[in-house]
Design a protein around this ligand. Structure first.
Ligand code: FAD
Length: 353
């Protein structure tokens, strides 16, 4: 019997598996499909919450404002796998913010005191980001200087490759959790289409599906899907240095010059279809921020399902009233940036460290 069974191979489940495996215990990671095909793949990989002062402290406490854990993780993964997750710390610039005073209060007195958030001189910003000349949104700029973004599909690829090299990790794809094996309040494994699997401890890290999967235990885990559509523009290297947020839209630079444009917020259950309306509205917003993006083609359009939760605060830890089952889910729009600290909290609890 394995020590830990992790359900869900997104960023959360992969990092939980990695951390447990590093502690020397045996881990079985199961996913209903190929690993890392859902929200973690679809997201933008910004390493800060957008407009962080609008979130509760509990969420911001999961953020690392100088992206130290991402730098370390990327370095380790490059060494282990040769795959570079492309952590870029070019800063996050928020243009024409309406609640600037609240932002500065948060930056001086709140959880954001070590974020380095500051009001940037517009001319200085445009000097460093000439792509935004002619933008409708450059009356004011707030900058988070020490964060940036990670290329999440590469991060996931590197994590999977690294896990496949571990002797104490097993991976089972196309194995969906259908229910739990229980002795009263003691969860001793999961039910799957291929039969039951036993484990000393089960961890549900199934992103937007987690709320539905846990319903049969009648625990109050309120996690549900919120669709987000994204576009990828095939721009050229050197056009954009930092992540830029404005007009309800964001632009994220990739190392090869591509620029991601995100994202919609749609409450449509588990539907992941893309729409012309979303494409047009994202493109219009992007062109208002950076008019010359019109010169470059849209290469891809996709949608992902964010795992939403009340106030965007994830559920992390053992399920109250039960033995043998934990959850780490509900990271909504911030599941990449908050993944390392969320996983530390969970694994420390599980291993008693
Ligand atoms: C458009 C968009 C943009 C985003 N941008 C950012 C950003 O810039 N920065 C940021 O930090 N976050 C961002 N996010 C949010 C972030 O992507 C998520 O919070 C995070 O990926 C959640 O990770 P997860 O592992 O919990 O879920 P997921 O990545 O969705 O993984 C869940 C896994 O569980 C599996 N699963 C589901 N049901 C079962 C079952 N029954 N049995 C077995 N396996 C199952 C799925 O197949 C999947 O592999 C964005 C999300 C979207 C959609």
């Amino acid at each position: 019997m394995v020590d830990f069974l992790v359900v869900g191979g997104g960023i959360i489940g992969l990092l939980i598996t990695r951390k447990l495996a590093q502690a020397g215990v045996s881990v079985l990671l199961v996913d209903k499909q190929k690993l890392a095909q859902e929200s973690s793949w679809a997201g933008g990989g910004i390493l800060a919450p957008m407009y962080p002062w609008r979130y509760p402290d509990a969420l911001n406490e999961l953020v690392d404002w100088n992206a130290e854990n991402f730098k370390q993780l990327a370095g380790a993964l490059i060494e282990e796998t040769g795959i570079d997750p492309e952590v870029r710390l070019g800063g996050v610039n928020m243009l024409d913010v309406s609640d600037d005073a609240a932002a500065m209060r948060w930056a001086t007195q709140g959880v954001g005191a070590n974020s380095g958030l500051y009001r940037r001189e517009v001319g200085d910003f445009l000097g460093s980001e000439p792509l935004l000349r002619g933008s409708e949104s450059t009356h004011s700029v707030l900058t988070l200087p020490m964060v940036g973004n990670v290329r999440n599909p590469r991060l996931l690829k590197a994590l999977i490759k690294s896990l496949r090299q571990q002797k104490n990790v097993q991976i089972l794809e196309y194995c969906a959790l259908k229910g739990f094996v229980r002795k009263g309040a003691h969860v001793t494994g999961i039910e799957t289409a291929q039969g039951p699997i036993s484990a000393k401890e089960c961890i549900v890290a199934a992103g937007a599906w987690s709320g539905d999967l846990l319903k049969c235990l009648e625990v109050p885990v309120s996690v549900s899907p919120v669709k987000g559509q994204m576009l990828l523009i095939k721009a050229k290297p050197g056009l954009l240095a930092s992540v830029v947020l404005a007009q309800g839209c964001y632009l994220i630079p990739r190392q090869d010059g591509r620029i991601l444009v995100g994202s919609t917020i749609e409450h449509q259950g588990y539907d992941k279809t893309t729409t012309h309306e979303a494409r047009d509205s994202l493109l219009n917003a992007a062109y208002r921020i950076a008019p010359s993006l019109k010169d470059y083609p849209v290469e891809k359009h996709w949608a992902g399902l964010r795992p939403s939760s009340p106030e965007s605060i994830p559920y992390i830890g053992r399920l109250e009233g039960f033995k043998g089952i934990s959850v780490c889910a509900g990271h909504f729009r911030n599941g990449v940036v908050t993944a390392p600290r969320s996983v530390d909290i969970l694994v420390n609890q599980l291993l008693g460290t």
